[in-house]
Design a protein around this ligand. Structure first.
Ligand code: NI
Length: 141
């Protein structure tokens, strides 16, 4: 069974590769490369897979999941300029793809236990764009 919890944060970013010129960055990322940065209201859906506990009937205590999300994602990301304030985005371009991977890396060890595992992370950068990530194994095909 898979349960999903949603959280939101607001953050600014610039999508730009330092080794490229301004024009090359504009060609690659469009307005996302604007050096002043811009904000998004990100929505993150975190899914946990497991079997419901025989006593509680829950795959995971939703209060505990909420606390993990607040501590590991909302706290570090909310109202930050990702490129300047949230490693690894001082050296990794903060695309929705890379944000999904970073959130996965932050959550996976905190969620894992013998009865459950992190199933997927979905990051909505805008109402018409989202990225799904389910760990490296899902990509090795
Ligand atoms: Ni953007």
């Amino acid at each position: 069974m898979v349960i999903t919890r949603k959280v939101e944060f607001s953050a600014s970013h610039i999508c730009r590769i330092p080794e490229l010129t301004d024009e090359e960055n504009r060609n690659l990322f469009g307005m996302e490369a604007n050096p002043h940065g811009h904000g998004h209201n990100y929505v993150v859906e975190v899914s946990v897979a497991g079997e419901p506990d025989a006593v509680t009937g829950m795959v995971m205590d939703l209060k505990e999941l909420k606390e993990i999300l607040n501590r590991a994602v909302v706290g570090p990301y909310d109202h930050r300029f990702l490129n300047y304030e949230v490693p690894p985005f001082d050296r990794v371009t903060p695309t929705a793809e890379n944000i999904a991977r970073d959130i996965w890396d932050r959550l996976e060890p905190r969620v894992r236990d013998p009865r459950r595992r992190l199933h997927s992370v979905r990051v909505w950068e805008s109402p018409d764009l989202y990225v799904d990530y389910a760990g490296e194994a899902a990509c090795s095909g």
